[in-house]
Design a protein around this ligand. Structure first.
Ligand code: PAF
Length: 283
């Protein structure tokens, strides 16, 4: 496994691999790797000849009052996990390797970035799309792997790749959960034991949403139940809860066949997100 911090070195190595016929997969991460990230690396390993895992806590996607400084950084453990999961090249740049002090270019996707995560974190998606665009330019992947846990993020990246004619296939991998149902997130380590127990309501409420959809409840009824459950749960402050179109994140008609339930909650000072795809029976 090669571990590199220079964008140019990574690009040269990837190009050599491609010249020898390799299909290139990239797994962008911010480190503090957990089973969710490892599932992405393993998916890339199964489909690609060279797997590039990027580890970079990207400052531009954190708002001024967010947790950039305290975001967990565990580079040694990350490298070991990358090796075990089958990474070929780790790209682990410093901030200076990625952004020059006079950097003046931002990649913005409009529309879909303005709602939900984008409404609560107004500068977040510009930071994500800018860094992912840079990572795509540096690693020139055939396939790029993202988790469904960040549902809106993977839609935004798909839109960016499609709008910019990027020759990369975006692969979305399922949410990985702990045995108690909590979606894995690097931010879960901020939770105390009792907050962790309180956070379980998020997955439970989304599971109810999926069951209600299968039982033929209307999207607005499901959204109401989800909102009320989260509003009245102990130790939880909901940010948003909604049932919307899985491709556009716009509202859905009563007779829709597919939707996604999205929710974000605060548990103490930790913000968690989760989602569930909903399937409705034919009426
Ligand atoms: O999902 C993440 O960890 C980050 O948003 C990403 C895609 C690596 C960009 O920094």
């Amino acid at each position: 496994m090669d571990v590199l911090s220079s964008p140019n070195d990574v690009r040269c190595l990837v190009r050599r691999r491609r010249a020898s016929g390799h299909l290139i997969g990239v797994v962008p991460t911010m480190g503090a790797l957990h089973e969710g990230h490892l599932s992405l690396i393993r998916a890339a390993r199964a489909e690609c000849d060279t797997v590039v895992t990027t580890i970079f806590v990207n400052p531009t996607q954190f708002g001024p009052d967010e947790d950039f400084e305290r975001y967990p950084r565990t580079p040694e453990a990350d490298l070991e996990l990358c090796r075990e999961a089958g990474t070929s090249i780790v790209f682990i740049p410093n901030v200076d390797d990625m952004y020059t002090p006079d950097a003046a270019t931002t990649v913005t996707v409009s529309g879909i970035t303005r709602v939900f995560e984008g409404a609560s974190r107004p500068t977040h998606f510009d930071g994500v799309t800018t860094v992912v665009a840079k990572l795509f330019h540096i690693t020139e992947p055939d396939r790029a792997y993202f988790g469904q846990k960040d549902y809106q993020q993977q839609l935004v990246i798909r839109k960016m790749a499609s709008d910019l004619n990027w020759p990369v296939t975006i692969v979305t991998c399922p949410v990985v959960r702990d045995a108690d149902g909590l979606a894995l997130s690097s931010r879960n380590r901020y939770l105390t034991d009792s907050q962790r127990r309180q956070a379980l309501v998020l997955n439970q409420a989304l599971t109810t949403a999926a069951e209600q959809a299968l039982a033929g409840h209307r999207p607005w009824q499901i959204e109401n139940t989800l909102t009320e459950t989260l509003k009245h749960a102990d130790g939880i402050r909901p940010d948003y809860a909604a049932v919307v179109d899985p491709d556009t994140l716009q509202s859905v008609p009563d007779d829709c066949r597919r939707a996604v339930a999205l929710a974000a909650v605060w548990v103490g000072s930790t913000r968690l997100i989760d989602n569930r795809l909903l399937t409705f029976p034919e009426t």
